[in-house]
Design a protein around this ligand. Structure first.
Ligand code: ADE
Ligand code: ZN
Length: 346
């Protein structure tokens, strides 16, 4: 079957089945309320919520900051290496079930080291889970260390220095947390240092912040992917540049609705981003907080936007491989697997 012959009613099955790469996933955002309570009990941490249900009920956000406040509180139960392993392993089990074949995962060391957790516990716990995901599921996974942009650049430089003894356990650096008022150029020196160390570079930009933040992420930080980037459409010149350079945008539709970037999935600008020829991927951001993992993002987004077809699904899965930080030969293998799944689709 060719991709154009796949009808709308077969789309949800196809969306779930296709192999895909996850490129925008904060591992702390995969911490489900049940695991938060389990780790709190194991570590003797008292939570400001009486139950799993009460915590989940608090997941009603008005913007990015209202989410981040609760997200950092949730991460307070993570203390030991095994906690980081358990969190990441729970994510990999779900990702493998969603046919994720490759994941490049964000972690926020400052959220933990500022509470006295040794960076070694963070990195080794996560890295151990990555290795096991590859061994058990054939899912390749790597780590991207994110700097918290609401903190200073000196604090980011300290985080990078602390992480360097574990350099072989992560492939790149990113920039996350509160975007407004914290432009990429604030982190020029630490990104330049990371670049000199051979690390791959990404940054959140254009989620809540203006198109100018996407431009400075490219021009000053020299990033190789933009996380979110949905506000690029406000600048036609920027869209043209992103399309011409095939700069990937790691879009997270359910996140964008939960954080009120768009009022609904039906109002999301994903079709316009695709029409502009951009290298768009679909990702889950903080799935425990935003209502679903990567397949849920695919299925709900396609259901809400009927102009999206199987050809778009193939394009975005292919984009996720193209945008990943792996050798070209690996990308070619995944592309062949993607086309074999589509050819076999009923
Ligand atoms: N940290 C976790 N999720 C984030 C998001 N969507 N934007 C910025 N920082 C984040
Ligand atoms: Zn994010």
């Amino acid at each position: 079957m060719t991709v154009d012959e796949i009808r709308a009613h077969h789309l949800p099955t196809l969306l779930r089945r296709i192999p895909k790469a996850e490129l925008h996933l904060h591992i702390e955002g995969s911490l489900e309320p049940e695991l938060i309570f389990k780790l709190a009990a194991r570590n003797g941490v008292t939570l400001p919520y009486p139950s799993v249900e009460a915590l989940r009920a608090a997941y009603a956000f008005s913007d990015l900051q209202s989410f981040l406040d609760i997200y950092y509180a949730g991460a307070s139960v993570l203390l030991k290496e095994e906690d980081f392993f358990d969190m990441a392993w729970a994510y990999f089990e779900r990702a493998a079930a969603d046919n994720v074949v490759h994941a490049e995962i964000f972690f926020d060391p400052q959220t933990h080291t500022d509470r006295g957790v040794p960076i070694e516990a963070v990195i080794l716990g996560l890295s151990h889970a990555c290795r096991r995901a590859h061994a058990e599921f054939g899912l390749s996974a790597s780590l991207i260390l994110c700097f918290l942009r609401h903190l200073s650049e000196d604090a980011a430089l300290t985080a990078l220095t602390q992480a360097l003894p574990y350099r072989e356990h992560f492939i790149g650096v990113g920039l996350d947390s509160s975007e407004r008022g914290h432009p990429p150029e604030k982190f020029a020196r630490v990104f330049s240092k990371a670049r000199d160390l051979g690390l791959r570079l990404v940054a959140h930009a254009g989620e809540e912040g203006p198109p100018a933040y996407i431009e400075s992420a490219l021009d000053v930080l020299k990033v190789e992917r933009i996380d979110h980037g949905v506000r690029c459409l406000e600048s036609p010149a920027l869209v043209q540049r992103l399309a011409a350079t095939r700069m990937p945008l790691t879009v997270c539709p359910l996140s964008n609705v939960k954080l009120c970037v768009f009022k609904s999935l039906a109002a999301h600008n994903l079709p316009a981003l695709l029409d502009a020829g951009l290298c768009v991927t679909i990702n889950s951001d903080d799935p425990a907080y935003f209502g679903g993992y990567i397949n849920q993002n695919f299925v709900e987004t396609f259901a809400a936007l009927p102009q999206l077809t199987a050809a778009h699904a193939r394009q975005m899965a292919a984009n996720s491989f193209e945008a990943s930080f792996v050798p070209a030969e690996r990308k070619a293998v995944w592309l062949r697997e993607l086309d074999a799944v589509i050819a076999g689709a009923a």
